[in-house]
Design a protein around this ligand. Structure first.
Ligand SMILES: [Zn+2]
Length: 466
């Protein structure tokens, strides 16, 4: 018999993760009565401090610690203890079923409101709840877990709460945030929810995810984790919540990229994605001239496009400078994991681009054809250039054609004009990669590589970006 299970309710699950970490338990099943009581002591130690109390203001409404009618600090503390004791008295082990909207395994003793559960209605606003009920159906055990959840929240302008389908992500995130809680206790310096100076929730989501992957060794690529960041305030004047979802393919890609030999190139691609808007125009941020703190809250094209399920393929190359960032195997990670491109297509495009590279190097028309490919932004024009290259190649008596009709229709441009842009970027990427030395000799590119870009998150600026 046990008190808690993962529920899928982010507030309850965050509280469970905090209890697991503080009590050094592995799974919710292991949490016992002593663990629940011990949390009460930690909450009374943390939440009564000024900075934490300020956080509590924007998490719970009319919380005993924030009630103006309790005039003295000692009264607030006394009422907070009563509040926790009351919930603790109502805790019970999981049954088979119940009306609690989080666990579904216990019944509601008293309906809960914004005092107990963030972002729910206050009892008075009758039309907030179904059937004009005065509050939400939560059992006391789940409501008690919710009281523990702020220990894992992240200061991010408003507050951010991380929720994942992966218990590993939940536990490691609690480990990260409660390490900060322990640090505050050790220094007797209470600073409120874990704060690393992020105010941009999208950037924070990527920072946290990357940090978890790098700090805790796990087979993350196999975890199939999705992460949702709830960016919210329950502040009385204007409760508000935004959601940011990091899908499993993006998580897998981030995990695999960390193990890739050219991972620093990826950090470089991300860094080139920072921008700000001035007079309606987007201006890239030259991050090499700034410390990480100066740009980490700026908007980032890479992050926002990944979260919106939009392609970031164009960011892997620079057609103006004729530079490919990273190598084809790094790009392949992105193609495979996020664009879900099949292996045969990835290989065929690579082989065709390699043949074109050989042609460009050895033909007197080479430079012209490269320019033609770069300038062809329409499907028909691009196909015409490929046709010309194919004809030019025939004069060199190659053993195989540039591509077969099947390859053209099924791998190069499987949906015709729809996949043309994608294929064009892949071919150009591979050409710049394969022809790099030739382009340098011909004065057609600059020697720009990203391998010297320092590890992301270390706050040291890059030496190579302009
Ligand atoms: Zn419950």
């Amino acid at each position: 018999m046990s008190f808690l299970i993962w529920t899928g309710n982010p507030f309850v699950d965050s509280g469970i993760a905090a209890i697991l970490e503080h009590r050094r338990k592995k799974v919710p099943d292991d949490i016992d009565n002593d663990d629940l009581s011990a949390m009460s002591e930690l909450l009374q130690q943390m939440y009564i401090t000024d900075k934490w109390k300020k956080n509590i203001y924007s998490i719970f409404l009319n919380h005993p610690l924030c009630q103006p009618s309790y005039k003295t600090e000692s009264k607030k503390r006394e009422k907070f203890k009563e509040f926790l004791d009351d919930l603790l008295d109502g805790t019970e082990q999981l049954g088979d079923m119940g009306d609690c909207m989080a666990c579904g395994r216990r019944n509601t003793r008293k309906r809960k409101n914004r005092q107990h559960i963030p972002m729910t209605g206050s009892g008075g606003a009758l039309n907030f709840f179904s059937f004009t009920a005065e509050g939400a159906d939560y059992c006391d055990t789940c409501a008690y877990a919710v009281q523990c959840s702020p220990l894992t929240y992240y200061a991010c302008g408003k507050l951010a709460m991380l929720h994942s389908n992966s218990p590993k992500v939940m536990r490691y995130w609690a480990k990260r945030s409660l390490a900060d809680v322990q640090h505050q206790i050790a220094l007797n310096d209470y600073k409120g929810c874990f704060n690393e100076g992020y105010t941009n929730p999208q950037n924070a989501l990527f920072h946290i995810t990357q940090d978890l992957i790098l700090t805790y060794e796990e087979r993350w690529a196999e975890e199939n984790a999705t992460i949702r960041l709830y960016h919210f305030t329950n502040y009385i004047q204007g409760p508000d919540m935004d959601l940011y979802d990091l899908p499993a393919p993006v998580f897998r890609f981030l995990a695999e990229v960390q193990a890739h030999p050219r991972r620093r190139v990826w950090y470089g691609i991300v860094r080139r994605g920072y921008y700000f808007v001035k007079k309606g125009a987007e201006i890239s941020i030259q991050v090499s001239r700034k410390s990480e703190d100066e740009y980490k809250n700026s908007k980032n094209h890479i992050y926002s496009r990944l979260l919106a399920d939009k392609s970031i393929l164009p960011y892997f190359l620079n057609t103006r400078k004729r530079v490919a960032y990273g190598d084809y195997s790094l790009l392949e990670l992105y193609l495979r994991e996020i664009l879900a491109m099949d292996k045969k297509r990835i290989e065929t495009v690579k082989r065709v681009a390699d043949e074109i590279a050989v042609f460009i190097r050895s033909s007197p028309d080479g430079k012209k054809r490269l320019r033609n490919l770069e300038e062809s932004i329409k499907f028909r024009d691009f196909c015409n250039v490929l046709l010309r290259i194919s004809r030019g190649r025939r004069k060199m008596k190659p053993e195989e054609p540039l591509f077969t009709l099947d390859e053209f229709a099924e791998q190069l441009f499987p949906d015709g004009a729809l996949t043309f842009g994608e294929t064009r970027y892949l071919i150009l990427f591979r050409l710049y990669e394969q022809l790099h030395d030739w382009l340098l000799t011909e004065g057609l590119t600059e020697d720009e590589t990203d391998d010297d870009v320092t590890e992301a998150g270390d706050g040291v600026s890059s030496q190579t970006e302009e």
